[in-house]
Design a protein around this ligand. Structure first.
Ligand code: PLP
Length: 381
């Protein structure tokens, strides 16, 4: 079945945090929403549910859990048990809960910048110590600094690593070998590993769920998953956090209770069921659209910005581009692209010091939106 990925939306005036009035008239390539409508089966499920008229307290039941387990097995070759699934409002909130549950004030939490900015916030807002293990750019590809990571994990004050896998914003899909090294380092040093795998369905290179490598890593690992990025339903606010270790799970659930979290959004229930049972074909086509958009962008960069570095996109729909040759201050980059080209990127420095000189472009957009934007960018380069 062919799906429509060409409809060009205008989401101004809908409360969208991406389509702000601040940059009215420009097209947002910033916040990680897709500018493609979600799959038809999800829209139908939501529309049937809306017609039903009961929007009541909802929680994951046996059916919901078994659908999640089947999806993980089918798409990720990953066996999980239904009771391991803990629902949260989102992955950001789950990371905050994990930080509060498994670390104390002043203890170290390691992150690998440049990385999704909410990781650092979850650490600092909760008064934990932010410990950076920056990625290293080697021969045009970001890699982890394992020697430093090992040293940091050996420090008894460092209790947790928050891993981004696949990585936002650099676009890496970590190989099984890389993930095994990370998992082993954390396991050996009793460091809790929070693996944020929200982008795990959006990949070109094969993605490995960290705990599918070896069951022993279930002891100290929390895997954050969701249908939100994969199917563009983040606004429905439900994520599935997979915690195999019963002790860790109980402690995490207790913290959710302390925070007064109970139910899931009623709309997320039918949406997840449809997404995880009827939308594989849509997901595959969506992935191929991202790769074809990335190809268009890469060709543009090669031709018109030959001095710029564009990180290879192995996963996510977020392109990571170094524009430092333009000589524009980091704080002014977004305004520059918005005013001159009607393109609103995310500023790279938001993801850490290491992101200075970069912009991040969300390329999950209709092809025409991308080619028009690049045409406008051509004029300013
Ligand atoms: C790596 C990563 N984690 C988490 C999120 C947000 O998750 P949620 O909306 O479930 O809080 C994003 C959104 O862009 C992300 O890229």
């Amino acid at each position: 079945m062919a799906y429509d990925f060409s409809f060009v939306p205008d989401r101004t005036g809908t409360g969208s945090i991406k389509w702000t009035d601040e940059y009215k008239g420009s097209f947002p390539f910033s916040v990680a929403d897709m500018e493609w409508r979600t799959a038809p089966a999800i829209r139908k499920a939501l529309s049937d549910f809306a017609q039903n008229g009961f929007y009541c307290y909802t929680a994951p039941d046996e059916k919901y859990r078994s659908v999640v387990c089947d999806f993980m097995k089918r798409r990720h070759n990953w066996e999980i048990s239904p009771e391991w699934i803990v629902c949260t409002y989102g992955i950001v909130s789950a990371i905050h809960t994990a930080v509060k549950t498994f670390t104390n004030a002043g203890e170290g939490v390691i992150i690998q910048p440049p990385v999704y900015h909410h990781f650092a916030q979850a650490v600092t807002l909760n008064k934990r110590l932010l410990v950076n293990n920056p990625l290293v750019l080697t021969d045009g590809r970001y890699e982890m600094n394992f020697a430093e990571l090992e040293e940091l994990c050996r420090d008894e004050n460092n209790k947790m690593l928050i891993l981004c896998s696949p990585h936002n914003p650099v676009g890496r899909v970590w190989t099984k070998e890389e993930l095994t090294r990370v998992a082993e380092i954390c396991y050996e040093n009793s460091v809790i590993l929070v693996s944020d795998e929200i982008h795990f369905d959006i990949t070109k290179n094969p993605h490995t769920v960290l705990t599918s490598i070896d069951k022993k890593y279930n002891g100290n690992t929390i895997i954050c998953t969701a249908a939100s990025k994969s199917f563009n339903i983040a606004g429905l606010g439900t994520s599935n956090i997979i915690i195999a270790n019963e002790k860790l799970r109980e402690a995490f659930e207790q913290m959710l209770e302390i925070d007064g979290y109970g139910c899931i959004n009623a709309f997320s229930y039918p949406a997840l069921l449809a997404a995880y049972t009827e939308c594989d074909e849509w997901l595959d086509e969506m992935n191929s659209r991202i790769q074809s958009n990335y190809k268009i962008l890469a060709e543009f960069v090669r031709e018109y910005m030959p001095e710029a570095f564009l990180s290879p996109l192995e996963g996510t729909y977020l392109a990571w581009l170094n524009v430092s040759a333009l000589g524009i201050e980091d704080e002014k980059l977004v305004d520059f692209f918005a005013e001159k080209a009607g393109v609103v990127p995310s500023a790279g420095y938001v993801f850490g010091e290491e992101g200075k000189g970069f912009i991040r472009l969300d390329i999950a957009v209709p092809e025409r939106v991308l080619t028009d934007a690049l045409e406008r960018m051509k004029n300013i380069l």
